[in-house]
Design a binder for this molecule. Sequence first.
Ligand SMILES: [Zn+2]
Length: 405
Amino acid sequence: MGQYAIAHPEVSFKLFQDEKMVLSTSGDGRAQDVIASIWGTDIAEQMLEINPSTLGSVTLRGLVSPPNLNRGRKDAQILFVNDRLIENQMISFAIADCYRDFMLKGRYPFIFLFITVQPSEIDVNVHPTKAQVRFKKEQEIFSIVQKTINNILSSPDVRDYAKNSKPDYPINSEELTPEQPRLLQGRELGSFSPENNVEKDTISMRRFQSIGQMDATYIVAKGDDGIYIFDQHATHERIVFENILASRDQGELSVQGLLNPLHINLNMFQLETLNKHRELLINYGFNWDNFGDSTIVLRGIPSDLVESEVSNAFMEILSILPEEPDQDMITESQTELFVDHQERKIVASLACHGSIRAGQRLLVSEMDALLDQFELANYPKVCPHGRPTSMYLSTLELDRKFGRA
Ligand SMILES: [Zn+2]
């Protein structure tokens, strides 16, 4: 019912359940208002609108969520073809592929897509509960969906912080002089290795300048366009995640030996997983010997892992590996996509257990070093799990709050 209301924002709907009104839409013609009445205004306001695009005889319009808006269930992915609510695996895959840099398998963006095609181009198979549609030109639909969503997700607003939010007049004379270059402090960092930092020589024009830490969890920083608050774990996780993926793609994943080899007890199921995925685990830097029937001795680990987190990470990965593709994933490319997402989940687990935790106190130099690395991230706004890394308050917003603008 909620789904029909979205397709027909021009009609006012009221839905009652147990004599209580659970959904009411005004019928004033805005899809956003319908979304607001179903998912709440908070979500509706953040949704990104697709500029209607046409490819051949196919037209696409709708709204998609920014990556930080996601949930653990697929039920916020609503798809209409010629005004009929439908399901289509291929389109679901196209969507998942667009969001793969922002969220992991098992998280889903909010999607409302309306596709219009010539009726002769589709094959509708109506079930009592759901309608499956097959497109005659599946590849064409796949690429228009993918292209359109990728376009939205690659806009600077989604990928990076709003750079245009700077007020277009100087606040005070200090703002007129460019920031003086300053010497970089030494970076003695335990968990994020300085050698991974991009060489910036000794002079830095920092994008973020850390001011301090809050509750040993959040980093407060100044940028030239406002104030930023970072979740130190999510922020570091994004950096480590991208670093591991980059090393993997260059075939340069590195291993660190454990000074004290770690004995881990495994059950039958875990041992089976370990043997089945032996090559992959070795590739990522794990190195072990069998020790009796149910124990292994870990001697080497991926170099990004924090030593105290090794057994947590290892167990987590052993629980990710046995996941199998859904029954309805039939094509080769769907299976490939599944494998890719599964590997990303493993990398995210390594990143999670290789990152600064909440509760860890940081020096200003450590925070600055972290933010210097963060500045280079490809997808800075969310951690690999789709949690926001940071929030931002522009100078203009501050000025407005204080009645200066
Ligand atoms: Zn995360």
